[in-house]
Ligand binder design. Structure first.
Ligand code: ZN
Length: 485
């Protein structure tokens, strides 16, 4: 170059480009799936009344993984086809991810879809096959995230949502006073029941959240790369005992891949459906005589309709590549609802009675076992709360089966585009509000599936609102200096 001034201007321009703020750095994304199907014989305990070994695989289970990177911050999602996922398994997977990708636990979101035709992936003593499955699961999750990171390529994202109220129903109902039967602990007077007979039902005890949310990720040239959806529907179910299936979450992943014309794409497109706040929401319309046990057929109907809605949202969304990412995570210590001496005496008496020895245990026997199980819990447990930011989109995550009312409140408190992924980063059981605890019903009965203090919901709600605020104030956790890429 002959003119030194021109050279200086060029140098200055190059420096300015290099020092430009991260928000303008182009986004990259990668996605992968990892097969997490258990061996035959691993105990499937997703449905507490139908516990038994895996005898058949209807469709394979997967950890469906998405990694996003804005040049400064990296976020990873791993949405897994298990009923729930123990904090120990999450910790093992996150440690493997930290070691291989130098990605801190705060930037990794691991959740369960809540398919019930799968292991719960909790340490509840089903023996060596299940223990081995838990370590396998942790390794497969970490592998899925690593492989998604291997695929990182220039990308752009968009999001949108639509109301799909036709598939979601609050499953907790106020019942007529003469149908207030005794709960498994022998106490009467609970005003709310889970899925009562139609003749006994008065009105739903809570709302539903009909919003179906879609985060679309495309390659820079517009080809679909990944789609992460979110919907507050417990699961469909109705599958034969012993069947392994990803439920409608798996069908959705396939249907959306076909709907977006991404069947033969390289690298493969990944569809993901995460569970929203569905602790008290299922797909059974009590008022309309919905046929219940049409399992696989019903999964295809619901997943097909949602995939169609997702494709329409992607078609009208404007994708962008200049969105900053951020992550926040906090562990909230909460008390456990441990049984008192009288409750323990009751449980031991039930288990010592002839009823307690029956081959097919009745409900009081099951809850007597749960009571003893709960007595071995620590007095306090850490409850992991998390928030991700993708530009103006916020994703909150909690380890509980969150009720629709809480999910709606989180959406209300967050920016316009906010959704919640439940059963994430560990397991905190059902999360009824304080009012719902007073009304009673299945989700409130103390068990290893409902164990947090009755005042947990307002604390978790406030904790999530604080995190949403912090992650949007730019207080994200950045990649540690010198991190591997
Ligand atoms: Zn559940």
């Amino acid at each position: 170059m002959k003119c030194p001034i021109a050279a200086l201007i060029l140098l200055a321009t190059l420096l300015l480009i290099a020092l430009a703020p991260s928000a303008s750095a182009a986004l990259r994304a990668g996605a992968a799936t990892s097969n997490i199907t258990p061996d035959m014989g691993v105990v499937l305990d997703g449905t507490i009344m139908k516990i038994g070994p895996a005898k058949h695989v209807h469709d394979e289970l997967h950890a469906r993984c998405l990694v996003l990177d804005d040049g400064r911050t990296r976020l990873a999602f791993a949405i897994c086809d298990v009923t729930m996922i123990a904090p120990e398994i999450v910790a093992e997977a996150k440690e493997l991810i930290r070691r291989s990708l130098n990605l801190p636990p705060a930037n990794v979101l691991i959740s369960a879809t809540h398919t019930h035709s799968a292991p719960r992936a909790l340490n509840v003593g089903f023996g060596p096959a299940n223990d081995a499955y838990h370590h396998f699961l942790a390794r497969r999750i970490a592998d899925g995230v690593r492989r998604a990171a291997n695929q990182l390529a220039p990308a752009k994202v968009a999001w949108g949502s639509v109301a799909k109220p036709e598939f979601v129903f609050n499953r907790r109902w106020f019942v007529k006073s003469d149908s207030q039967r005794a709960n498994p602990f022998g106490r009467r007077g609970e005003r709310v029941q889970f899925g009562p007979d139609r003749a006994e039902a008065e009105k739903p005890a809570g709302p539903v959240d009909p919003e179906f949310f879609v985060l679309s990720v495309q390659h820079a040239d517009g080809r679909p790369l990944c789609l992460l959806a979110n919907y507050g529907l417990h699961y469909i179910g109705g599958v034969p005992t012993g069947h392994v299936s990803a439920d409608y979450f798996g069908v959705f992943a396939e249907r959306v891949r076909a709907g977006l014309g991404a069947m033969d794409q390289e690298p493969p497109f990944v569809g993901i459906l995460s569970n929203g706040a569905s602790g008290d929401v299922n797909g059974v319309d009590l008022r309309a005589k919905t046929p219940t046990a049409r399992g696989y057929e019903r999964m295809r109907e619901v997943a097909g309709a949602l995939a169609e809605a997702a494709v329409a949202i992607v078609g009208r969304a404007e994708h962008r590549d200049d969105l900053p990412l951020a992550a926040q995570l906090v562990d909230l210590p909460l008390a456990v609802r441990k049984p008192d001496a009288a409750q323990l005496d009751w449980a031991r008496a039930v288990l010592a009675s002839p009823e307690g020895k029956a081959a097919k245990p009745a409900r009081p026997v099951i809850y007597a076992r749960e009571t003893l199980g709960l007595s071995e819990f620590p007095d306090q447990v850490p409850v992991t709360l998390q928030a991700f930011r993708i530009g103006a989109l916020t994703i909150a995550a909690a380890p509980c089966e969150v009720f629709a009312e809480t999910g709606l409140a989180i959406k209300q408190a967050g920016p316009d585009a906010t959704f919640l992924i439940e059963l994430a980063n560990g397991y905190g059981g059902y999360l009824p509000t304080t009012e719902q605890h007073a009304l009673g019903g299945y989700e409130t009965w103390p068990a290893r599936s409902s164990f947090l203090e009755t005042g947990a919901e307002p604390k978790i709600r406030a904790g999530l609102v604080d995190l949403i605020r912090a992650v949007n104030a730019g207080e994200g956790q950045e990649r540690p200096a010198g991190g591997s890429r």
